[in-house]
Design a protein around this ligand. Structure first.
Ligand SMILES: NC(=O)c1ccc[n+]([C@@H]2O[C@H](COP(=O)([O-])OP(=O)(O)OC[C@H]3O[C@@H](n4cnc5c(N)ncnc54)[C@H](O)[C@@H]3O)[C@@H](O)[C@H]2O)c1
Length: 386
């Protein structure tokens, strides 16, 4: 029998936003893992890692959503997956437990209570599984006017309907369940971090780094290593999924745009565009329905080399948002399981590889630093086994 120190035999993803584009892709992926692991495992960055935990394909999913439709109807609606991936397992996928989200009209305390009860019943349903909470809720208006410092302030915080993420995170941490924040929503407020540390719970975020920004980190790190000066960087995204539509609201897009923008200056070590007196790193997101989840991104990068001579690079990424995101969520859940069993708690900045805005003290900035941190974390996990 393959058991870790705590006797867990599998991993259980508890997903808020389970019927969204990423959540429903994950539902198909965990089902495929049981039947055809080779269609999923080779695409994980954690494939083959964490021996001593539990079998790589032993992953279940449950969660919450406000949408009433079945999981396979959600898959059809998002149009991410071909039928061949999910239709043979339709009953299994529709059998996944997805609770209704707690009422938006409930106060914060009642929302937390409601979610904790759901979490307790899922623990009963999956007694041998190590649960990890994954936040896949829509981007909310980013600038919450005041980030709560204490639990009492969270409970009094009026935004239970605008910012339900806090209720889910609080319920998870109070239930001693690790938390992954894949959204740009600012969950990692002092009260949540302190509560996680006090409860011995790991917390990782924020804003999954799936496509354009991932390649930006790689390329910016390479340009820095060569001392090629970046004079300007223009990034455009078109996408036609629900996330893209939601991000047409400038307040909801603000957090994501900031996360996509700040990291370039941090990597390079200078403000791009300083000589123009205005930033020349520009990032735009545009909702373009024909593309659905098949997101496209363009980057135009202007460089300066020897003798101040200009050069430029063009990148055109034709990606698939949820196909890029879902394996990263599986990876993050596996990391959180491993780190939880090795005794880590609080924010895990070393997981910066996976996030646009890695949270915690001194997160790794360049691509090489991010890879090095992953290796150190893996070594830490291995040492904890011996
Ligand atoms: N796809 C990517 O590459 C990527 C990268 C980084 C971050 N993200 C973020 O991940 C999140 C999820 O993305 P998505 O494409 O799956 O979004 P989506 O809009 O398709 O899914 C969100 C789901 O959340 C549900 N929901 C809304 N309010 C809820 C509530 N209170 N409780 C429970 N469920 C609720 C919706 O019904 C929907 O099914 C977004 O915040 C997005 O910005 C995505």
């Amino acid at each position: 029998m393959f058991l870790n120190l705590n006797g867990y035999k599998s991993l259980l993803l508890l997903v808020a936003g389970a019927k969204g584009a990423i959540g429903s892709t994950l539902a198909a992926a965990v089902t495929q893992l049981k039947h055809h692991p080779d269609s999923v495992l080779p695409y994980l960055t954690t494939a083959g890692k964490f021996s001593g935990l539990f079998p790589q394909q032993a992953i279940d999913l449950a969660g919450w959503d406000m949408a009433e439709l079945s999981m396979t109807s959600a898959i059809t609606r998002h149009g991410v997956l071909p039928k061949t991936v999910w239709e043979p397992y339709q009953d299994e996928i529709d059998g996944i437990t997805v609770f209704s989200s707690p009422g938006a009209d409930l106060g914060r305390a009642a929302q937390v209570q409601h979610i904790m009860q759901d979490m307790a019943s899922l623990k009963t349903l999956f007694p041998d599984a190590l649960p990890v909470f994954i936040n896949l809720l829509p981007a909310c208006a980013a600038e919450t006017p005041h980030m709560p410092e204490t639990l009492a302030e969270i409970m009094d915080h009026p935004g239970a309907s605008e910012f339900p993420d806090l209720s889910y995170a609080l319920a998870a941490i109070s239930s001693r369940i690790p938390v992954v924040n894949f959204t740009p929503n600012p969950l990692e407020c002092p009260a949540i971090i302190q509560h996680a540390v006090k409860n011995g719970v790991c917390l990782a975020g924020c804003d999954g780094k799936t496509g354009q920004t991932y390649f930006k980190v790689v390329l910016a790190s390479a340009l820095k290593a060569r001392n090629l000066q970046v004079d300007g960087w223009y990034s455009l995204n078109i996408l036609g999924n629900a996330d893209g539509k939601n991000l047409m609201d400038p307040e909801r897009a603000a957090g994501k745009l900031a996360n996509k923008t700040h990291l370039l200056d941090d990597i390079l070590g200078y403000p791009v565009g300083e000589k123009y007196g205005t930033p020349s790193h520009k990032v735009h997101i545009d909702y373009y329905p024909p593309r659905g989840d098949a997101k496209e991104a363009w980057d135009v990068i202007d460089l300066i080399g020897l003798f101040g001579l200009p050069m430029s690079i063009r990148i055109n990424l034709q990606g698939r948002d949820s196909i890029l995101a879902a394996p990263m969520v599986l990876d993050l859940a596996r990391w959180m399981a491993a780190l939880s069993t090795s005794g880590r708690k609080g924010l895990i900045p070393e997981l910066g590889f996976y996030f646009k805005k890695p949270m915690g003290d001194c997160p790794p900035i360049t691509f090489q630093e991010q890879l090095n941190c992953l290796q150190s974390l893996e070594n830490e996990y291995r040492c904890s086994l011996s």
